[in-house]
Design a protein around this ligand. Sequence first.
Ligand SMILES: [Zn+2]
Length: 125
Amino acid sequence: MSYVLAKRELKTPKMLESLGLKVEARRLRHILSDFTFYLNMGRFKVLRLKHGYIEAIVKGLHGEWHAKVNLLNGTFNCTCPHHKFRRALCKHVLLLLELYIFLRNEHKDLELVRGFLETYAGRIF
Ligand SMILES: [Zn+2]
C-alpha cells in the first residue's frame, strides 16, 4: 500500500503550448510544478473569487505574497520582489491562474486564462 496524493495535470503549460507562445512549456511546467504541493499543503488563502477575478495570499518558501489577477481588464499584481521591481508575471500570478482554473473550470474561464496568457506570456521570466 502506498500513500495517495491528489494529482492533476497542469492546464496553463498546455495552453501556452497550444498557443505556440515563446515561453517554453517545459520551463513553465517547472515554475508551476509546486502547484499541487501548494494546494495540498493549504498554501493558498483565497480572498476573493468571481468570474474573471481571483485574489489570494500565496504562502511561499520566502514569505507570504498578496497576488491578484483581473482577467477581464488584463491587470495583475503581486507583492513579491520579482513583480514589484521587474514587473514580471511572477510564479505567484501563474499559480493563481492555475488555481482559478482549478476552482472554476468552466469553458469560459479557460478561455479567459488563455487570452490573458496570450497577452502577457512575454512577461514570464
Ligand atoms: Zn509574485
